[in-house]
Write a protein that binds this ligand. Structure first.
Ligand code: GLV
Ligand code: GLV
Length: 386
């Protein structure tokens, strides 16, 4: 191992050069790459790797990059990577709004991500923020530390009871659905969701939960797929956002949409910051103190709206919804297996269930490739290039 500036190099004479733009947790990912005799270069700095540094590092020979959601992977970077012989870029994240997939595809670069292992972890954090908002945990903690607790009072930090209320999900994919289920099961909440496609899995889970409730003589929870985002916002006591960020979801939450929500609602965002108009949100929260918000993501990350930061009805955390050892090590393993899968000419994995990749002997497949349909198969399997 040699160290040059912020970059740590493993297996200097390895056959393929793989860049990793941040040190990843655990060790499994590194073992996978070293067992293949790849040369691995890791940026051990905590700073975001700049575009200039990425271009420099890719240089004229680089097969694969595992990058971060804080980097903007645009056409220029993919051209540089392609010219260096690059075949794959893996985003160390489930979301890949920081990646220009079209530009990568044009340059015959496979784009991979790390889904599946974040689902419950992110939903748990969403639930934590929901409860922290409902029961004013952060405010109460600050109050204690300031020495303001002079004894029990009937009206000290009155919060909001969730039991039997309505939870609203905007975007009922994997994370949104699990969060919705956690809320219905834990607090007997009715559920309303908006998604462009019907979430069959979520609906089935709720149906079987209701079957169970019947056996213990409890009322069923109600579930509805809403026709519009507005319907969710107007109806729910708690609304959580779980859409990917794209042209359709940019500023999905505007001043107008906030104004139709219940005045004492809770709004949570653990997806991507730009889904909300943050300035409008700050203004709304300032003027409506019974409205509670929990945010793990921000429009101009890592910069946060100054007003938002001052408000006690807003809880802010530093984009940590997927931050557990298990998840981050799992993401690292998937990232390494994505790189391996592409460079060793494995086929794409056909199922949403990536659990087999977490086992000791993972399948000989690419766990999650985003642009498989767009790339021609010959590129996925370079042996077939004529
Ligand atoms: C985190 O935000 C991710 O998309 O993985
Ligand atoms: C979310 O969609 C995940 O796969 O973790």
């Amino acid at each position: 191992m040699t160290l040059s500036n912020n970059w740590k190099v493993f297996n200097k004479t390895g056959k393929h050069r793989v860049l990793i733009t941040k040190m990843l947790p655990g060790r499994v990912w590194l073992d996978i790459l070293l067992q293949l005799d790849y040369m691995v270069e890791v940026n051990i700095s905590k700073e975001v790797t700049t575009k200039k540094e990425l271009i420099n590092k890719i240089g004229n020979k680089c097969k694969a990059v595992i990058g971060q959601l804080t980097e903007n992977w645009d056409l220029e970077l993919f051209q540089v990577l392609r010219n260096a012989g690059g075949e794959v870029y893996c985003n160390y994240a489930v979301g890949y709004d920081n990646v220009n997939v079209e530009a990568a595809t044009k340059n015959h670069i496979a784009i991979c991500n790390t889904p599946g292992v974040l689902t419950e972890t992110t939903a748990e954090m969403t639930l934590a923020l929901t409860l922290a908002c409902a029961r004013r945990i952060v405010e109460a903690d600050k109050f204690m530390r300031k020495g303001k607790f002079n004894g029990w009072l009937p009206d000290l930090f009155l919060g909001k009871r969730l039991y039997g209320k309505i939870v609203g999900i905007i975007g009922a994919g994997r994370i949104g659905s699990i969060y919705g289920l956690m809320m219905t099961r834990a607090f007997q909440m009715d559920l309303i969701y908006f998604d462009s496609t019907k979430s069959t899995k979520l609906e089935k889970e709720i149906d079987s939960y209701n079957d169970y409730l019947k056996t213990i003589n409890c009322d069923p929870v109600k579930m509805k797929r809403a026709d519009t985002v507005e319907e969710v916002l107007q109806t729910a006591d708690v609304v959580s956002l779980h859409t990917p960020l794209n042209e359709d979801t940019y500023h999905l939450i505007t001043a107008d949409r906030l104004s139709i929500m219940k005045t004492d609602a809770i709004l949570i965002n653990t997806s991507r910051g730009p889904i909300m108009d943050e300035a409008a949100l700050a203004k709304y929260c300032r003027d409506n103190t019974s409205f509670k918000v929990g945010l793990d993501v921000f429009e101009g990350e890592p910069v946060i709206n100054k007003t938002l930061k001052k408000l006690s009805n807003v809880i802010i955390t530093p984009h940590i919804a997927s931050a557990t050892d298990w998840t981050r090590e799992g993401m690292a393993k998937l990232a390494a297996l994505n790189v391996k899968g592409i460079l060793e000419n494995f086929p794409a994995w056909e199922s949403d269930n990536i659990d087999p990749f977490l086992k000791e002997q993972p399948p000989k497949a690419i766990p999650s490739i985003v642009n498989a349909d767009l790339l021609n198969d010959s590129y996925i399997n370079p042996n077939n290039i004529h």
